[in-house]
Design a binder for this molecule. Structure first.
Ligand code: IPE
Ligand code: IPE
Ligand code: MG
Length: 224
């Protein structure tokens, strides 16, 4: 049985769910947040150490302003009301991505990270304004600036995921089979699961089913 330390999730399908069930994409984002809470709880039960959630990509800025504002308001609200509870549950929150939002949100994110820094039950890496291509280019720029040798050890220390082990499994909901600029380097040896359900329909039972599938896979890492 494989051990499972790190699950990464591309939480896709909120917009379609919202349109289908409530005639608004934003209703899907709201419903999606409830599922986030359930999956966090379940991850703790499953003794997972790292949960990386793709919440907003560097390309998602191309969406209508109204939807972007709704998403960040939702996040602001979540951080304001739920961070104490996450802290009590010994959860560490880390943002991966560039924190260039409103002053208020930047501050809330920094505070949340600081407050939960020493927690060690589950680390949630929230990918916000995250893009793997940017992360790679930025790391290479740093190598060049500091005249360092180009090797794996030097490169990864400039990643936003520095000190985080690579994901063991990746789940993408929403019936689409692509990576959408998520953790391109770190997913090199992850087991990938594409799930038909839209994110707001995904539940703990689905999650546990995928985890038990993962545990039975023969992982080779190039060996036989
Ligand atoms: C994923 O759901 C959440 C974000 C990108 C914020 P989508 O909003 O992409 O939902 P679909 O894919 O349009 O249904
Ligand atoms: C990926 O979903 C980003 C997040 C889930 C945050 P998208 O819906 O943005 O991906 P594409 O555009 O369909 O590839
Ligand atoms: Mg989508």
């Amino acid at each position: 049985m494989n051990s499972l330390d790190h699950v990464a999730i591309i939480m896709d399908g909120n917009g379609r769910w919202g349109l289908k069930n409530n005639k608004s994409r934003n209703a899907g984002h709201k419903a999606g947040l409830k599922v986030v809470e359930k999956i966090i709880k379940s991850s703790i039960k499953q003794k997972i150490k790292y949960l990386t959630l793709y919440a907003f990509s560097t390309e998602n800025w191309k969406r209508p302003k109204k939807e972007i504002n709704f998403l960040f308001d939702l996040l602001e609200n979540f951080l304001t009301h739920r961070i104490d509870d996450l802290h009590k549950q010994n959860i560490k929150l880390k943002i991966i991505g560039v924190k260039s939002f409103s002053l208020k949100l930047n501050r809330l994110l920094r505070l949340a990270e600081k407050k939960t820094l020493k927690n060690n039950k589950l680390q949630i890496n929230l990918a916000l304004n995250y893009g793997a291509k940017f992360e790679l280019i930025n790391a290479f720029k740093n190598l060049a600036k500091n005249k360092e040798n180009i090797n794996e050890k030097n490169l990864v220390k400039y990643f936003q995921t520095k000190n985080i082990p690579d994901p063991d499994m990746l789940i993408r909901t929403g019936n689409t089979k692509r990576l959408s600029n998520f953790l391109l380097w770190q997913l090199a040896y992850s087991e990938i699961f594409f799930e038909k359900k839209l994110w707001p329909d995904f539940n703990e039972h689905d999650y546990i089913k995928l985890i038990s599938k993962f545990k039975k896979i023969k992982r080779n890492f190039g060996k036989i």
